[in-house]
Design a protein around this ligand. Sequence first.
Ligand code: DX5
Ligand code: ZN
Length: 214
Amino acid sequence: MKIKIAPSILSADFSCLDREIKSVERLGADMLHIDVMDGHFVPNITIGPAVVKSIRRITRLPLDVHLMIESPEKFVDSFIKAGSDMITVHIETVSRSTLERLKKKLSKQGVKFGVSINPPTPFSKIKGVLKLVDFILVMSVNPGFGGQEFIPEVLPKIKRLRSEFKGEISVDGGVNDKVAGALIKAGVNILAAGSYIFGAKDRKQAIERIRNAS
Ligand code: DX5
Ligand code: ZN
């Protein structure tokens, strides 16, 4: 599977988001990872559909919208309307029947559907929903903040997932050039990275180092 790099704008300078996004677009990003937090599911608040809508106007990159919110089904329509290409909800926040409804809605709208799983949540929680989704996003930090350290204990979960799932596997949290090789080997093909890319002196090199890690 093609390795795709998804810079997470959580670590960008929000006062010049336009310039920040265009910089990673020009330097080879494959998509843009957008972290939506509600202060309930995670202890932080970030951005909502209005910002996604503005971002949609200034970039051609696919928008990978990561919903770290309670009751995501209440907000999915606004994020579709805002121009999301991929929407991820957390397995910890939805029931099976909600997932089934979301899958139908998103595939009708041509939006890719992903489910995310937190580090302490066992593989058994997503095993039964693999057929419903286009991709799985494995969290490799406890969600809420950028700049945290990668949790290596998630690697066996990724390997297990790879052996049972045909779709794309994304990883998010603490990704840098040192851990990317092991992640790709374990079966990940989409790597979201915030502080490592936006904090780098040479962002192009940072993107390439993750892409080519072994
Ligand atoms: C964490 C977010 C991540 C975060 C990654 O809750 O979901 O997308 O921005 O940032 P880094 O790469 O700095 O860990
Ligand atoms: Zn994220």
